[in-house]
Design a protein around this ligand. Sequence first.
Ligand code: NAP
Length: 259
Amino acid sequence: MDLGITGKRALVCAGSKGLGRGCAEALAAAGVELVLNARSSEALEATAEYIRTTYGVPVTAIAADVTTDAGRQAILLAAGRLDILVNNAGGPPPGNWREWHHDDFLAAFEANAYSAIAFMKETVPAMCERGWGRVVNITSVSVKQPIGVLGLSNTARAALTGFVAGIARDVASQGVAINNLLPGLHATDRTIGLDSFEASMTKESVEQVRARRQAGIPAARYGTAAEFGATCAFMCSQHAAFMIGQNVLLDGGAFNSTL
Ligand code: NAP
């Protein structure tokens, strides 16, 4: 399917690895010029070069932290005009809610709510003026199905979800489609870290934890970053213009519900 976005310009935040990288590659395959971000420049430059050579699109790599004002300003300065925004950041650490303090909640809010809100505030008005834009916020299945050890994620992502529900409808008539994409378990570094955390709690091996978690997914496996990226690219396409303010779950059927 031609996604109809060749020549558009996208910022993919936190995109040197994992789900963000999957989104970047799928957009590049659709002919989208990229501004790619992560904090550490080594992996970022390697991913940017891979995408340039594999897909033949221009890629501007900008190493910066999306959780800081200075980082976001540096990214926006390097980015220039943007038609597509994919918001993403590392997830908060797992733990026990009894041990989380004010600073932990603020850090989670900065990373998994405010960074996305700030990027939307900076870029969506210009998309509206040009009459075309797409925003995909990578959130989590935890928005629908809270995960006990990820209470910081449950909290911050609920805040972003609430904000998006309002802004998406406010700008829909101006050609801008804003939606959230909710990953269930995908095979990335983040999932390896969470499998290891659970293994340390339950005294199982990491392999046992992984097998048990995969068995709990109707698709009987973790998702891939490529599958996630393909869905993101569709949500950024011409065909997704009527998809507004949705929370699209990609979890292999793990969330058990009819609707
Ligand atoms: P990942 O494989 O660990 O990759 C994280 C990427 O984000 C890396 O490129 C990392 O590069 C970058 N990054 C992290 N913090 C950043 C920051 N402050 N500023 C800029 N870049 C940053 O993680 P993932 O699995 O792709 O997860 C992406 C998001 O989806 C996370 O919020 C995660 O909690 C959420 N999620 C993932 C799953 C899953 O199964 N994978 C499920 C539910 C939700 P640097 O370290 O160099 O910055």
